[in-house]
Design a protein around this ligand. Structure first.
Ligand code: LLP
Length: 429
């Protein structure tokens, strides 16, 4: 569900006319609905009510402080993958003892920072990392709380770049080696075993890969509980969202195959019985599910261009602002902020100003007829949108705004040209 809809022919987010927000803060502009984020969080939380659980929001999906604060205030934990993300969580008032720290390449500084802050668990992805954490914790004279990230080797049927739970991927420790690594961990004087973790991929739209992974890992989880008294089992994130709603209908590509995403209830129903048996605290790490449909990227049409048979709308947002179409060929619905008066449609490429042919948001998309100056909303851009933005082509990062009810406010200023060169020094030789 999301809170973007037409009212009086204007696209609104909750009770706010998006045209007004664009007028005030300019474009390109990310806009997030606080109400949608909270609704998603609460629905997931209540579907899990019969389990001892903690929802650890995957900060990487959208790490703006205002969003992290929303989750912290709602009582969420956080799944972090860098010291920078932990710093953000702390800056937003989140509690370190509700943070789990994942990632295949944690540095010494990151491990030290996480231990000093007192994270709930460091999720370990290799034996080498386990040794390193033991050594660093030893120097601090403490026991590092750890979970091993297991790789259950299942196919999540998603895009190859966001599939993580098969042996083809760099993530986690193979299930068949896990017991032996736990045994080693138990002998380490500066390691405290607290849990088990897994994550099989992102934008997963079937229940079976989740259920299969849990079925595969559960016997070991029970064994570890009996042997080491582990506290939690984290089943990761990955629940897919709908990228095409009823606001418009688009042309087909890979991501569109996922338009019948799972409902929260279907997902929970498929995994609950097995999880209940474990009688452990269950952690979930959703990112996209909570933030994806809660955000849009507003952009304005700068020029229309006809080239041979092709028509282009060149907009003021580029692949540096939202890289998902270029990187994953992902589908994002695009709708005009002013509801089209006529039903006339035409095929058009919606492209950005960046000097790359991959700089597109839609190719050969059936769209209402566009005019120069039209404001467009690129939908479902709340997760893996701004966080993956860059300064490529020396384009300042876009602004971000928050909507709650009938209120809206800036939550990140648009970068200036000065910001572009801040930090560049020298050379001093
Ligand atoms: N936990 C771990 C260990 C992860 O690696 C991820 C995502 C999540 C949780 C959250 O997954 P989610 O619930 O959001 O599916 N940039 C890509 C997505 C990369 C996902 C990376 N890991 C995209 O734009 O589709």
């Amino acid at each position: 569900m999301h809170s973007f809809h037409y009212r009086d022919s204007k696209l609104h987010c909750e009770d706010v006319d998006l045209g007004r927000v664009a007028q005030e803060f300019g474009t390109p502009l990310y806009i997030y609905s606080a109400g949608t984020i909270l609704d998603h969080y609460r629905r997931l939380d209540s579907a899990l009510a019969s389990l001892d659980h903690l929802i650890c929001y995957a900060v990487k999906a959208n790490s703006n402080r205002a969003i992290l604060k929303l989750f912290a205030d709602a009582g969420a934990g956080f799944d972090i993958v860098s010291a920078g993300e932990l710093f953000r969580v702390r800056a937003a008032g989140g509690l370190p003892d509700r943070c789990t720290f994942a990632g295949v390449g944690k540095s010494r500084e990151e491990i030290e920072y996480a231990l000093d802050q007192g994270v709930y668990s460091l999720n370990v992805e290799s034996e080498a990392e386990l040794d390193y954490i033991n050594q660093i914790a030893g120097a601090k004279n403490l026991r590092a709380p750890i979970a091993l990230r297991l790789n259950p080797d299942v196919d999540p049927h998603t895009h190859e770049y966001i599939s993580t739970g098969s042996h083809e991927n760099k993530f986690g420790i193979a299930l068949e080696h896990a017991a032996a690594v736990y045994e080693r961990a138990a002998t380490m004087s500066n390691i405290r075993i607290v849990g088990v973790q897994m994550h099989i991929g992102s934008q997963i739209t079937e229940t079976e890969p989740f259920a299969e992974a849990i079925r595969k890992v559960s016997p070991l989880v029970s064994e570890l509980k009996a042997k080491y008294g582990i506290e939690f089992f984290s089943i990761g994130g990955g629940l897919g969202i709908v990228y095409e709603s009823s606001l418009a209908s688009g042309s087909g590509d890979w991501w569109q195959a996922s338009k019948t995403a799972l409902s929260i209830q279907q997902y929970i129903n498929a995994i609950l019985p097995e999880l209940r048996e474990l009688k452990l605290k269950i952690l979930l790490e959703p990112g996209r599910l909570l933030a994806g449909n809660a955000g849009v990227l507003l952009t304005r049409v700068r020029y229309l261009k006809q080239s041979g048979q092709k028509k282009f709308a060149i907009v003021d947002a580029g692949m540096n602002d939202l890289i998902r179409p270029a990187l994953y060929h992902s589908y994002h619905e695009i709708v005009p902020v002013d509801e089209p008066r006529s039903s006339a449609r035409e095929k058009i490429d919606v492209v950005g100003p960046v000097c790359e042919s991959a700089d597109f948001f839609a190719l050969d998309r059936e769209m209402p007829e566009l005019q120069e100056g039209d404001l467009l909303a690129i939908m479902s851009a709340g997760a893996y949108g701004f966080v993956m933005a860059s300064n490529y082509n020396s384009r300042p990062l876009p602004a971000e705004a928050f909507v709650h009810g009938n209120k809206f406010a800036l939550i990140r200023q648009r970068q200036t040209f000065e910001d572009l060169i801040r930090g560049e020094v020298g050379p001093t030789f």
